[in-house]
Design a protein around this ligand. Structure first.
Ligand SMILES: NC(=O)c1ccc[n+]([C@@H]2O[C@H](COP(=O)([O-])OP(=O)(O)OC[C@H]3O[C@@H](n4cnc5c(N)ncnc54)[C@H](OP(=O)(O)O)[C@@H]3O)[C@@H](O)[C@H]2O)c1
Length: 312
């Protein structure tokens, strides 16, 4: 598989007239300088641009030193590769706390777009406690995005989210789901609430959101975070694909792994702002970040990907 390091070497060598692969050492700052090559999308409400591949962290609730070290390595590399959006949630055990500690010790808060969610199980009364807990756990003065998780307590919480946004404690507000049975609620939210973002499950293997939700979000000028773009942490999609050869035309799309192919499919939908693949490994982070470089599939290439998928 072509690595992000190879990609950047080739690109930089081409730019400087050097042959690729002659032992150049890339520092974090030179990788960051390459972020000009990143594919970005505008947040519809404000025009603020975000790199199209972020990071999901529902597996960041760890305490063993070697597991913490692995998460630290991913979070350290993430902004060095030009990426920004980190999504977490109160519901992911101690993930917020782990991220808060690592982001503070790495000193990278200003380089990230930090998104979290209100509690999904009603363990906090829907007062200011939700906001205070998120800020405390993430060691942040304000949040970039606060989302209502799976519509839990939305009637009580959404007015509070609007207040917190007006107070400048939260920059953007939204709602999330990852199940089809909540799509009617998502459609209602898009039609009735001033959300800045929605978050929804969408992948080549799971295209239901493209029927109503993604077009409606685009129509309403609402940003979209895509969760489970690789088929989900508990699913077996990535392991099912591991032994399968890539389609013969994958070179045309500039992809060298199934993860890149799936991510390029997800973020090439015109309604999508950012996909947030979950990973705990630097090698997967680098692979996923390659999907934010080069070209995205056009409408005809997307159709070919969908047709091919029926045969996989
Ligand atoms: N309702 C909601 O609001 C909701 C629901 C679900 C998810 N989410 C959010 O969406 C994020 C993404 O969802 P997800 O993590 O469940 O699913 P996902 O991103 O579709 O898949 C994650 C799985 O793919 C593996 N993976 C990542 N990059 C890979 C690569 N390049 N090659 C091979 N395998 C790779 C990961 O393993 P490794 O760790 O080994 O890399 C992990 O097992 C979550 O972390 C969370 O932030 C939100």
């Amino acid at each position: 598989m072509r690595s992000l390091h190879d990609h950047l070497l080739t690109r930089r060598a081409a730019m400087s007239g050097l042959a690729a692969g002659i032992g150049l050492t890339l520092s974090a700052s030179s990788l960051a300088a390459d972020s000009a090559a990143l594919i970005t999308r505008s947040i519809p409400r404000t025009g603020e641009r975000l790199p199209v591949i972020g990071l999901g962290t529902n597996a960041y609730s760890v305490s063993a030193p070697e597991e913490l070290a692995a998460r630290r390595e991913v979070l350290q590399k993430f902004p060095a590769l030009g990426a920004k959006v980190v999504d977490t949630a109160r519901a992911y055990g101690e993930s917020e706390v782990v991220i808060g500690n690592l982001v503070a010790s790495l000193g990278i808060r200003d380089q990230l777009f930090l998104a979290t969610k209100t509690s999904a199980r009603g363990d906090i009364p829907p007062g200011d406690g939700e906001l205070e807990a998120a800020l405390r756990r993430l060691q942040a003065d304000r949040l970039d995005l606060l989302q209502i998780h799976n519509f839990h307590a939305i009637d009580q919480l959404f007015p509070r989210l609007r207040e917190w946004k007006q107070m400048g404690k939260v920059r953007y507000i939204g709602v999330t789901t990852s199940t089809d049975n909540q799509y009617p609620q998502m459609v209602e939210a898009l039609n009735t609430l001033p959300v800045d973002f929605i978050q929804v499950d969408y992948s080549l293997d799971n295209r239901g959101a493209a029927e109503k939700i993604l077009p409606l979000a685009q129509d309403k000028g609402v940003g979209v975070l895509v969760n489970m773009p690789l088929g989900g942490r508990r699913g077996s999609l990535m392991s099912r694909l591991a032994d399968k050869p890539l389609p013969p035309w994958s070179g045309e799309l500039g992809v060298t792994s199934w993860a890149q192919l799936l991510l390029k499919y997800a973020v090439s939908h015109p309604a999508v702002t950012v996909a947030i693949p979950g990973t705990t490994k630097v090698k997967h982070l680098e692979d996923n970040q390659l999907a934010a470089r080069g070209e995205l599939p056009n409408a005809a290439q997307r159709r070919r990907m969908e047709q091919y998928w029926e045969t996989v």
